[in-house]
Write a protein that binds this ligand. Sequence first.
Ligand SMILES: Nc1ncnc2c1ncn2[C@@H]1O[C@H](COP(=O)(O)OP(=O)(O)OP(=O)(O)O)[C@@H](O)[C@H]1O
Length: 219
Amino acid sequence: MIDVKDLVVSYGTATALDHLTLTVARGEMVALLGPNGAGKSTLAGTLAGLLKPASGTVSIGGRLALIPEGRQLFPDLSVADNLALGGWRSGERDPAFVFDFLPRLAELAGRRAGVLSGGEQQMVAFGRAMMSRPDALVVDELSLGLAPNVTADLAGHLAELNRERGLTVLLIEQNARLAFDLCRRAYVLESGRLVTEGESAELADDPRVASAYLGGAIT
Ligand SMILES: Nc1ncnc2c1ncn2[C@@H]1O[C@H](COP(=O)(O)OP(=O)(O)OP(=O)(O)O)[C@@H](O)[C@H]1O
């Protein structure tokens, strides 16, 4: 569904992604881990078509939506209007199916997005992305600035969409525990290069990953 080959993306003379190769199969949920500045958002932007590769290829086998880092809502618009904007390209006008799996959004529909809590705003960004009826969803830091229980709630909804509706997910995260819990497979990016990839269970035991992301070995 998502096929990235030998991708190079630069900002002027600075290379943000350096020959990155990565795949996410249809219906798979895969994590991309990396510290600040690793190039994670650059990959998200490139997958969403917002950034142009210097070389390499990106191929997407369906409709892709992005939950961008920092939500990027329209703060002065209502939740309902933010959701409607997500349906602009797909022609989806009815958010009822989004309210089915995120019922809290129905209660918040008339509120201004800018006054919501971080978790509620992330839920709106999630719902807005789903309004485009995507086959694949790229989530740029689901957990950013959110309390663990709020993150867990959103992660549960994401896993449910993956399991029950076959939504393909690329979960871009700094929270390795969350990523390993949700995804069977993960890639680790540093300074624009892949440092390792594999099954989450094996990566959690990898001392390099454990010391960088998990504060020591997982017990
Ligand atoms: N618009 C830009 N102009 C110039 N350099 C940029 C730009 N955006 C990002 N970079 C640089 O590209 C590199 C990768 O940045 P990117 O935002 O993709 O990393 P990230 O892994 O998403 O980091 P974070 O977790 O902090 O969001 C960094 O060195 C960053 O400074």
